[in-house]
Design a protein around this ligand. Structure first.
Ligand SMILES: [Mg+2]
Length: 400
């Protein structure tokens, strides 16, 4: 069996509850790899709202020309070649200087997902079996709620928690940097003022009271703060029993995260844009309590399994960052199923139903009681919902 085509397709549509509760448009970049045996695999790649970052061009350019005529079973050699290169006379597909992060890793991730789906179908087994086998078939999902659009409306904060609970979810997350954006005194100095901290505490306390004490609530700092502001707000929120404080500072400096972790009563979770080597650095330095990889940024499902196992060797749990569609979150669930230290999988698009309907699993709902429930179907166990894809096809795109 040889690969005989690699294609991409972009969908676009509304998301009524983006960051800060604001409406926005969301793009989805899908990948399809075909073979001369008639089998094909589907993947999703990080798109970041537009087509200017080169991900699509990498997939349809260098990666396609590398893959044409090749055996789709050689998944790890593909990833290694693209991210880490090889000694001469091996000819790397990218350049002599391997680039193991950024848009190259994002493009690799989408292609690798499609190869995993394809190989699972070829072997007539679910992708989680390619990744070591299934610890669990129900994968806990946490909903990203960001904030309400009207920050002063405490009932709107409460509703975000209550609606999630009524829809079967036990875990939710809010965006700390948007939580009192109406009190930001200086957009550039990374500091929280006392009035701003007070409003954050009031609003998240309203959420906790509405959610009850058995619901898990996490917060995301979006890499915005200085060390002392992160420590101060974490200490003021200690009584709310939060699950984690994500990305308190820019995550290029493990020492800053070590300093925060030493004084934060809330566990520190990070790594949504990391590749494996960055996780190794932060874990070795004691800079995190939990990791938060994204299979669309880390280099794919098999790279993320490697990251999960490195964390597990250090007894560090793994939550999974995710802002992909139904297709990507099902792929995440296969990694989660095969990783012993998995504790939760993110989903952003509870308020944009079309994004959750892109993939079809014989009519099985995307979530059941706040979980993705995996089947025994081969590959990722899904097909594209062509009706939804046709409806949201971006201008100038062709359906696979
Ligand atoms: Mg985040």
């Amino acid at each position: 069996m040889k690969i005989d085509n690699v294609r991409t397709m972009v969908l676009v549509g509304p998301d009524d509850h983006g960051v800060g509760g604001q409406s926005r448009h969301w793009h989805v970049l899908l990948v399809r790899i075909d073979t001369d045996a008639g089998l094909y695999g589907l993947g999703e790649a990080a798109h970041f709202q537009d087509q200017t970052l080169g991900v699509r061009q990498l997939i349809e350019g260098k990666m396609k020309s590398y893959l044409l005529g090749k055996d789709p079973f050689a998944i790890r050699p593909f990833v290694t070649n693209m991210l880490y290169g090889g000694l001469p006379p091996h000819q790397p597909a990218q350049s002599a200087s391997a680039t193991p992060f950024g848009p190259v890793a994002w493009a690799v991730s989408g292609v690798e997902m499609a190869l995993c789906d394809l190989v699972g179908k070829a072997l007539n087994t679910p992708v989680y079996n390619l990744l070591g086998g299934q610890y669990r078939r129900r994968l806990l999902v946490y909903l990203d709620r960001s904030t309400p659009a009207d920050l002063n409306d405490l009932d709107a904060w409460r509703r975000l928690a209550v609606e999630a609970r009524e829809d079967g979810f036990t875990d939710i997350k809010f965006d700390l940097d948007y939580a009192a954006a109406d009190y930001t005194a200086d957009s550039w100095n990374r500091s929280l003022t006392l009035p701003q901290i007070n409003r954050i505490v009031e609003r998240l306390t309203a959420v906790r009271e509405a959610a009850g004490w058995d619901m898990e609530i996490a917060i995301d700092g979006h890499m915005q703060y200085d060390v002392q502001s992160a420590i101060r707000v974490a200490q003021e929120l200690a009584h709310l029993k939060l699950k984690w404080f994500e990305d308190p500072t820019p995550v290029v400096n493990p020492d800053a995260c070590v300093a925060i972790r030493a004084k934060s009563p809330i566990p520190i979770c990070l790594g949504e844009v990391f590749v494996a080597e960055q996780f190794r650095l932060f874990i070795d330095r004691g800079a995190c309590d939990m990791i938060h990889p994204d299979i669309l940024f880390a280099g794919g499902l098999t790279e993320t399994r490697k990251i999960a196992d490195y964390a597990d060797l250090n007894y560090i749990p793994m939550a999974m960052h995710n802002n992909s569609s139904a297709l990507g979150i099902i792929a995440c669930a296969h990694v989660a199923a095969a990783s012993p230290n998995f504790i939760g999988l993110e989903y952003h698009f509870h308020d944009a139903p079309w994004i959750g309907q892109i993939a079809d699993r014989n009519g099985q709902p995307l979530f059941e009681d706040g979980h993705v429930v995996l089947s025994d179907e081969p590959g990722l166990g899904l097909t594209l919902n062509n009706e939804v894809c046709r409806q949201y096809l971006a201008s100038g795109e062709r359906l696979f």
